[in-house]
Design a binder for this molecule. Structure first.
Ligand SMILES: Nc1ncnc2c1ncn2[C@@H]1O[C@H](COP(=O)(O)OP(=O)(O)OP(=O)(O)O)[C@@H](O)[C@H]1O
Length: 272
């Protein structure tokens, strides 16, 4: 996509990784849902896994600068997060698909995506092209002028991905991006991730272990706000044994790592 690039964006990169956190702590309500995480993510597609309540969404909210850390340090694109001006600069270069996102139901898909492009300060002359490109990338070109309320659940999810990529972000945070997508769309989504991950730091939080093993180069597994495992996709695949619960090597690896962490040989989560 041809878009205006600011001097700041073409300045030499001075940070080692797009996302860096040390001892990061984030509250969700009264609970410390992220409790001392050290993380570093550079260019590429990274998977974030964890059972229900592990803290994935809370972590994503902090990385998206919508939840304020309660402790530790967070640096995005080389900017320490916590001071006003830096946050605004970073937000322009962030894309975020929340687990649940709001939208005006009467807006067309194009209007919704344009609105987010405006919020992200995409220059006016670049907006129509950026919007069209984002909508095409998620395969919704034929629905661009339909109202949001007429889209199916899976299409709304894809609209959410379109708004997250409309500003061609340097950090892309996707919380449960494939929820509600049919198998064909999930495959296309993985291809899109692969393409975007060539020059973007993409973090994908999901329950779908298969998505991570298919689309992500590395995996971060958290539980109860703490780091359980950080490794390559191959290490995840190799971590499980014959007896580990799961339908695939990736799921068995996930179960085994979690069980080992919990000191519990039974299925992850025990009773749910
Ligand atoms: N608004 C809130 N008030 C109180 N507790 C909360 C709130 N939001 C989340 N929590 C708690 O914080 C913890 C982490 O929740 P979070 O949504 O970050 O986990 P998650 O890994 O995304 O879970 P899931 O996979 O179920 O979406 C959970 O114990 C949850 O109950």
């Amino acid at each position: 996509m041809a878009r205006a690039v600011s001097a700041e964006e073409i300045a030499p990169t001075t940070y080692a990784a797009e996302i860096r956190a040390e001892g990061l702590r984030v509250r969700a309500g009264l609970r410390m849902a992220v409790d001392g995480l050290d993380l570093s993510f550079g260019t590429g597609v990274h998977g974030l896994l964890g059972p229900n309540g592990a803290g994935k969404t809370t972590l994503m909210r902090a990385l998206a600068t919508v939840a304020r850390p309660a402790g530790g340090t967070l640096e995005l694109l080389g900017h320490p997060i916590g001071r006003g001006r830096e946050v605004r600069q970073v937000r322009r270069r962030l894309g975020y698909l929340p687990q649940n996102f709001g939208f005006y139901r009467r807006f067309t898909l194009r209007e919704f995506t344009e609105y987010v492009a405006w919020l992200k300060e995409v220059p006016k002359q670049d907006r129509p092209g950026a919007v069209q490109r984002a909508i095409e990338l998620v395969g919704l070109a034929d629905r661009a002028d339909h109202r949001m309320r007429t889209l199916s659940g899976g299409m709304v999810r894809r609209a959410g991905i379109a708004q997250a990529i409309v500003n061609d972000p340097q950090i892309l945070l996707l919380d449960e991006p494939t929820a509600g997508l049919d198998p064909g769309q999930r495959l296309r989504f993985r291809e899109l991730l692969h393409r975007i991950g060539q020059d973007t730091c993409v973090l994908v939080a999901t329950h779908i272990v298969e998505d991570v093993s298919a689309a992500c180069a590395d995996v971060t597994l958290i539980d109860r706000g703490r780091l359980v495992f950080r490794g390559t996709r191959e290490e995840l695949l190799g971590a499980g044994g014959e007896s580990s619960p799961g339908d695939s090597p990736a799921e068995r690896g996930y179960s085994a790592l979690l069980a080992r962490h919990r000191g519990d040989a039974e299925r992850p989560g025990g009773s749910w």
